[in-house]
Write a protein that binds this ligand. Structure first.
Ligand SMILES: CC(C)(COP(=O)(O)OP(=O)(O)OC[C@H]1O[C@@H](n2cnc3c(N)ncnc32)[C@H](O)[C@@H]1OP(=O)(O)O)[C@@H](O)C(=O)NCCC(=O)NCCS
Length: 182
């Protein structure tokens, strides 16, 4: 969806602008989807599972940009993409239409600057305006940084999914389920 840009100051004094991830970011998003899983084991995709062409990514971003029920947000620092975040509905059936789901990842060089907090606060504000009542998310049990951020943003732990993820090295990892009421 389209939303107003928001500027704020990072912990190191630089400015960051939060913008809708419009189709012009297609090439940067493909690079981001390939590079961020090399920097952290806590994302769902492996880099070799990113198979988007520039055209297909432009088409997807264009659709999401026009969709009033989809939030895709890109933080820009010094003119560069620092990460991406999204909130999307769980489904269209009436019994679950009150729920949406959040995802976020930043390049490692931008961790610890306050971008995650600013993005989640803005995305959940937009989600409430859209009319969703609850945001859900899953986070790998060992991902303490993300869980600390989510708790700071008002998310509550509500459960655990046993062995939700199986990494290429054969290790299995639980997911923590969290939610925030809007
Ligand atoms: C998770 C992520 C989005 C957090 O965003 P961020 O902008 O880096 O957030 P911050 O570093 O400001 O950390 C938020 C809070 O985590 C806590 N924290 C920071 N470093 C931590 C660490 N090493 N261990 C535990 N908690 C930590 C602090 O409470 C911090 O808040 P504060 O510094 O204001 O006190 C970002 O680190 C990231 O993209 N990680 C890789 C992808 C990922 O894990 N995504 C989430 C998948 S569910």
């Amino acid at each position: 969806m389209k939303f107003e840009e928001k500027e704020f100051t990072l912990k190191d004094g630089r400015k960051c602008v939060l913008k809708p991830t419009s189709p012009e970011y297609a090439a940067e998003m493909i690079e981001y989807m390939k590079k961020t899983p090399e920097e952290t084991p806590y994302l769902l995709r492996y880099p070799d599972e990113v198979n988007f062409t520039l055209e297909s990514e432009q088409e997807i971003l264009g659709r999401l940009y026009e969709d009033p029920y989809s939030i895709m947000m890109v933080p820009i620092v010094d003119g560069k993409v620092a990460g991406n975040g999204s909130i999307n509905g769980i489904g269209t059936k009436r019994k679950i239409v009150h729920r949406c789901s959040l995802a976020i990842a930043l390049y490692k060089e931008y961790w610890g600057l306050g971008i995650g907090k600013a993005m989640i606060d803005y995305m959940t504000e937009l989600a409430a305006k859209i009319g969703w009542k609850q945001v859900d998310l899953e986070v790998v049990a060992e991902n303490e940084r993300a869980q600390a951020l989510y708790k700071k943003c008002g998310f509550v732990e509500t459960g655990r999914r046993h062995n939700a993820l199986r990494f290429d090295d054969g290790t299995c990892h639980d997911e923590i389920l969290m939610y925030k009421e809007l």
